[in-house]
Design a protein around this ligand. Structure first.
Ligand SMILES: NC(=O)C1=CN([C@@H]2O[C@H](COP(=O)(O)OP(=O)(O)OC[C@H]3O[C@@H](n4cnc5c(N)ncnc54)[C@H](OP(=O)(O)O)[C@@H]3O)[C@@H](O)[C@H]2O)C=CC1
Ligand SMILES: N[C@@H](CC=O)C(=O)O
Length: 433
């Protein structure tokens, strides 16, 4: 006898929700072959029922009242693709408490309330999956929780925000001004409804919090992650990086050595040979180094309608498979590692600095003595000819130094009258060290 279809309540019909509707419709036969069940979208929550939609749906399915999904006993599974914290948090909580499985793409919510929601899901025997929340169409959460579950992860480095990677690529390749590149990313549906979170690095920080949680088996709060966005990155910074053999990317870095970790998000220079250096446009990639496996990299489209919908609907398929096996809500491992952070003396990298100096005798000697006193040597130095009032510009890359050493150098440079301006400074990343 043919089984009843799985009844889905979809919350949100924007970029991702529209992709979910299209994918469920167009891949119905494949989905049926894999699960033995049809998938039926029974209700769709939106803010405004009267709004014109890019995807065709029966207008009778639309509702502006979450309770029409949450209190409908016939709905087995809720897909939350509204975004933001509220009402998404309350809806997911209520759905789980009603015994409904949940699939979400919401990294803001999972980074903030993931632990609590996963615990409710476990108690209720429900699945809560969130693959789309990190790196759009790349199944990297599954790679961490299943494919690499036997290993001890030492490094997770990611280009995990499609919007900023798209902007930086446009700036590097075509010299497109920042604002124009951002407008293009918004047109393509990559950016969040308020792109501040993309540009300021917060979206990437939320994704790194989720990756570090799964990779290092410990909870970390968002405000523990130092974050710097790309608003101050200039095309000159990108060009100088290029001249020195590096590319500039917004990078999430999570490393753990001897039980201590560091997690941060910042624009950073990558050497041309680094596996992440060639990841351009809206593409994302997550580089993972495990003690046993060595280097791995997961690459793909990090945002956009259909890639993100693929991750959402794949989660949905897993929930249905679990329903068939009767194993929903099982197999979640509670975090078991102690949270210990590295101090600034234990965080190492090379550093890129751009300085505007007085063009006077002895200034270079003064500058190099600041680095020498901090026991930091220089790997590359570029003197840039400028024709403005007796000033010179220097671009340099240090050898590996601790964050503490860098802070000492920056303080000393700030005290030197001959240093007119610190134009920019970025972390420089090589391999997995
Ligand atoms: N866009 C992307 O590439 C990716 C997005 N994500 C995540 O997926 C989620 C959805 O993103 P996206 O599709 O881009 O967002 P959109 O802004 O395009 O769509 C949001 C949808 O949710 C509905 N909605 C929002 N708030 C409410 C509310 N209070 N009540 C009822 N309905 C509401 C909106 O209704 P209405 O249409 O009536 O306004 C709209 O249909 C977010 O969590 C985002 O971070 C994850 C990976 C990639
Ligand atoms: N705004 C996000 C969308 C996916 O998470 C991005 O640009 O990566």
């Amino acid at each position: 006898m043919e089984q009843e279809p799985i009844r889905v309540g979809l919350m949100g019909l924007g970029t991702v929700g529209s992709g979910v509707v299209r994918l469920v419709k167009n891949h119905q036969e494949d989905l049926w072959q894999q699960t033995g069940r049809g998938i039926s979208i029974e209700r769709i929550l939106v803010r405004d029922k009267g709004k014109e939609r890019s995807v065709q749906v029966d207008s009778g399915l639309l509702t502006e009242r979450p309770e029409e999904i949450l209190q409908d006993k016939g709905i087995d599974l809720v897909v939350e693709v509204m975004g933001g914290i509220e009402p998404a948090y309350t809806c997911i909580r209520e759905a789980l408490e009603e015994g409904k499985h949940v699939v979400t793409a919401n990294k803001d919510l999972m980074a903030l309330h993931g632990a609590e929601l996963l615990s409710i899901a476990g108690d209720k025997g429900c699945d809560l999956f969130y693959e789309a929340s990190v790196a759009g169409g790349i199944p990297v959460l599954r790679a961490l929780t299943e494919g690499l579950s036997a290993d001890r992860i030492s490094t997770i480095m990611g280009i995990v925000n499609g919007t900023t990677n798209y902007i930086l690529t446009e700036m590097a390749r075509k010299g497109t001004p920042f604002a124009d590149a951002l407008a293009k990313a918004q047109d393509q549906g990559y950016a969040e409804s308020d792109p501040t979170a993309d540009v300021e690095g917060l979206d990437a920080a939320r994704k790194m919090a989720i990756l570090a949680y799964l990779g290092f088996h410990t909870h970390l709060a968002l405000d523990e992650i130092p974050v710097q966005g790309i608003r101050d990155v200039t095309t000159e910074d990108i060009q100088f990086a290029d001249q020195l053999g590096y590319v500039l990317k917004l990078i999430g870095i999570a490393k753990r050595n001897e039980g201590k970790m560091e997690v941060s998000v910042q624009p950073a220079l990558l050497s041309g040979e680094h596996p992440l250096a060639s990841v351009d446009g809206v593409f994302n990639a997550v580089y993972i180094h495990g003690e046993a496996v060595g280097e791995t990299m997961f690459y793909g489209p990090g945002a956009g309608e259909m890639p993100t919908a693929t991750a959402v609907v794949s989660d949905l398929v897993t929930v249905v498979k679990h329903m068939e096996l009767g194993v929903n809500g099982r197999g979640m491992v509670a975090p078991y590692c102690e949270k210990r952070w590295k101090s600034p003396r234990e965080i190492f990298s090379k550093h890129f600095l751009r300085l505007r100096l007085a063009d006077e005798a002895g200034v270079m000697a003064g500058l190099t003595s600041v680095f020498a006193e901090a026991a930091v040597s220089l790997e590359k130095v570029l003197q840039v000819p400028i024709s403005q009032g007796g000033e010179a510009e220097i671009v340099l890359i240090t050898h590996t130094a601790s964050q503490h050493q860098l802070e000492t150098i920056l303080r000393r440079l700030d005290e030197m009258p001959a240093v007119r301006q610190l134009m920019s400074h970025y972390r420089v990343e090589g391999g997995n060290g």
